[in-house]
Write a new protein. Structure first.
Length: 173
């Protein structure tokens, strides 16, 4: 029943973090089969480590990827240590404001470099796949929505306690 209201099947292929290996190995394989994909990039990492396979893609590689018909969305964190989005929502409004500011930085980077449309730039991949590991509150979701974000990728079963259980078989999925 998945996608019952759609005539075409839907598949999203998303690569995390913007590594060279995706742009140099993964994306070309998909292109051979006519498949497009999305790369979730961390803007502050773009071009910072240019090792052939383990480093981060350059801005030009990412632009070429988009020119080939693929998509780019923001990912993070761009600032602070990797714990900006993990842990509980301790820190309240200030912590939520820092998280949204990090998301907005990524969106602004995509738009400034012509890597995404406004709609595409308002998509985001939560760091570590989660927007909340603590009290079940929606502070960050509400703040992200207020900042214009409309679609965010959540966790996978690799993080079983964090997995956002959404019924993909619902008639409107």
């Amino acid at each position: 029943r998945a996608g019952i209201n759609a005539r075409k099947g839907r598949l999203a292929i998303v690569a995390d973090d913007g590594y060279h290996s995706w742009f140099r190995l993964g994306a070309p394989i998909l292109a051979r089969y006519g498949l497009v994909s999305t790369a979730a990039i961390i803007p502050v990492a773009v071009g910072t480590n240019t090792a052939v396979l383990t480093g981060n893609a350059t801005l030009q590689e990412i632009k070429n990827y988009v020119a080939d018909g693929n998509f780019v969305v923001g990912h993070g964190p761009n600032f602070s240590s990797g714990d900006l989005f993990s842990g509980t929502l301790a820190g309240g409004i200030e912590r939520t404001a820092d998280r949204v500011a990090d998301m907005v930085y990524g969106r602004d980077y995509l738009l400034a470099n012509d890597l995404a449309s406004v709609k595409g730039a308002n998509c985001y991949v939560w760091p570590q796949g989660t927007y909340n590991t603590g009290n079940g509150g929606t502070e960050l979701l509400d703040a992200a929505y207020d900042a214009g974000f409309r679609l965010c990728r959540s966790a996978t079963p690799a993080y079983p306690l964090l997995f956002q259980r959404i019924n993909s078989l619902s008639p409107r999925s």
